[in-house]
Design a protein. Sequence first.
Length: 277
Amino acid sequence: MAKTWMITGVSSGFGREMTEQLLSAGDRVIGTVRSTAKVADLIKKYPDTFDCVILDVTDAAKVTETVNEAAAKHGRIDVYVSNAGYGLFGAAEELSLEEIDRILNTNLRGSIAFIRAAIPHLRKQGGGRIIQISSYGGQVAYPGNSLYHATKFGIEGFCESVAQEVAPFGIDVTIVEPGGARTEFRYGSARVAKLMPEYDGSATHAFLKMLDPKNGLAPGDPAKMAARIIESADTEKPLLHMVLGSQALKATIATLQKRLAEYETETELAASTDIVE
């Protein structure tokens, strides 16, 4: 049965790939963009099932207004996909306050605003899905990515809490944690701070090699990843965390095992601060 999806940031990356696959399968997509230039072909090809909406997710009030208008226009929206976002690279001290505010407003506050706006409609219609496109960088941190990780760790904590809040209403939440993929995230939309020579040659600037296609492309296939995300909307009991990419899963498991091992050494330390009656 055809579904109606609302997806933010469909001009490139996973948003674009998902939209193409969904429309070709006969689903309806309400897709948000900041400019229609990159989706003009989809607007022309799918005039009845692709509703392209201009939206800057950093405007929280506009996000709410756009979601409400979409729900009023299309009725039931089965799946809300919070996808809009980008990467920002550079050491913490290399980043400007403007760069910090922008990525927080886009990746974190924008996602929060979108999900908050979707919840009342999903609750009133008796259920549905929320899919948050995060990254395995929401669990694993690397130098030179501090603010990007801050947004992804942050949105994952938000979604884990929201998943528990909305479960009684038949609303499921999935946090998608892709590894490196051959999308514009690395090879087009990524932003780099004004770099300082003090970090040259260190692990903090290792991302420069990653961002250069000449050094090899990311292993993830965007089409396959998009297909797995779409398929998750049909599962009866969807995963809360869905890792895409074998390298990403390996790194995530290793990080969590190391974190758990460290916590397990702290039994006496933790107990030493308890009040003993």
